[in-house]
Design a binder for this molecule. Sequence first.
Ligand code: HEM
Length: 345
Amino acid sequence: MIPITMTVPLILILLLHIASSVSSSDLRPGFYSETCPQAEVIVREVMKKALMREPRSVASVMRFQFHDCFVNGCDGSMLLDDTPTMLGEKLALSNINSLRSFEVVDEVKEALEKTCPGVVSCADIIIMASRDAVSLTGGPEWEVRLGRLDSLTANQEDSNSIMPSPRANASSLIDLFQKYNLTVKDLVALSGSHSIGQGRCFSIMFRLYNQSGTGKPDPAIDPTYREELNKLCPLDVDQNVTGNLDSTPVVFDNQYFKDLVAGRGFLNSDQTLFTFPQTRKFVRLFSRHQSEFFKAFVEGMLKMGDLQSGLPGEVRTNCRVVNARPSHLLLESPPHTMESNYKSI
Ligand code: HEM
């Protein structure tokens, strides 16, 4: 029998181990091959069902990777619900009334908890599910690096200050992506994620009616497309009405880039990629060669997926809440963190 004097430090060590930390160099393909060999199949099956139920939902889940990884690394922080003591990221400026399909991640998590409880992190679920969203809709397939931990908290302020607005122009987007070691090519390729999914009238009213305070529409919009958008989003519209981000919104292909060349980009942040010379050449390249787009997109997703905060984490049992901790440990200082490659901005 273990003497009582030894059990307290043992429990402490165990709990500190659970709330350990991870750096991107620890991420690797097949991370769950021993602990949960069915993990990737389970995620894919739930994503397939989600796609059949509501095609847009897989695009909505894929967007999570961007909104998770850019805010303090890929740590599932944006999946946390608000608590009385913590404002989560779900209500941050870019996320409120916009991020959706959280229930798909819940469904994946429930299925995983049934088969291998406490093993697969919510942060990794986002990475696997995003990959599946792309390949299930006709895009490339790739091997993901896994082994992330879930954050112990979320940060609404950071999300507010980091996530770009739909009004953003290419030069501000280039600067933002550069802070994460993502190149101009990565930016353009990753924007190609808008090959699937929808956006709200809210996100384009300014460019239809008052671009840069001119009282006029964005001159970069093709006139026929502008008429279509004006019909979809008249001045008195309910701004939650949605439109397609490209003309093939349930197929992951390079049509998005063809649309940009034709002045038919939905968001200002999309069309600006064709207006600016530094990004235009990549828009042209991807519009002509889908294989170049797919290759660059996979590289970008892998790089974005490697962003880590280096902060301590855990494997949540419910993606919406951090695991319960014994009250005497709530005041403990956090465990030592490993070095991270996350570029703080
Ligand atoms: C380059 C900067 C980006 C900006 C400014 C941006 C902005 C936006 C905006 C404003 C929307 C529509 C939201 C709404 O109206 O409710 C949207 C949708 C979407 N974004 Fe982005 N985004 C960017 C990059 C990315 C990246 C890197 C990804 C993923 C890799 C991504 C994935 C998506 C998807 C899939 C949708 C459609 C979601 C749905 O249908 O629910 N975006 N984005």
